[in-house]
Design a protein around this ligand. Structure first.
Ligand SMILES: [Cu+2]
Length: 147
């Protein structure tokens, strides 16, 4: 390979790498007094979500309400965790100390695939304060129907 070709290949690779690096975005979820802000966010596969101001809060994915093949998380109280989410679909999470205040959030990665099944699951299985998640999932479902 001559030098011009080699340089062209290197340039091509660097464009590819930098494009991918800039394509992934970081989203911030702020744990305010008793609520996540924003409580519903839409991101793309490979993006990250960083939780801030988590001093008295935690973030725990809700059993049965994350996409198949996605990993559960549990931040522990006081941790400003960063999640990298690759599997498309709908993720629900709770701040366990504040479930009584309805401190829940929903992350939609890519298209909200599985939202209808998630709603059905939520209606059938969520108990007590966890039922307050249903309203947030309903917002995602209604937005999905509008297209
Ligand atoms: Cu909290």
């Amino acid at each position: 390979m001559n030098i011009k070709k080699t340089l062209a290949v290197i340039w091509g690779l660097s464009v590819l790498i930098s494009t991918q690096a800039f394509a992934a975005q970081e989203h911030i979820v702020n744990a305010e007094v008793r609520a996540f802000n924003p409580d519903i966010i839409y991101i793309q596969s490979g993006d990250t979500v960083r939780f801030i101001n988590m001093a008295s809060h935690d973030s725990v994915s809700v059993e049965g309400l994350i996409p198949e093949g996605a990993e559960h998380w549990q931040s522990g109280i006081g941790n400003n965790i960063t999640l990298k989410l690759d599997v498309e679909g709908v993720y629900a999470y709770a701040c366990v100390p504040h479930i009584g205040f309805g401190m829940f959030g929903v992350i939609v990665v890519g298209e909200p695939v599985g939202i209808d099944a998630a709603m059905e699951y939520a209606r059938a299985n969520l108990k007590g304060p966890y039922r307050r998640l249903i309203g947030k999932l309903l917002k995602v479902q209604r937005a999905a129907k509008k297209g």
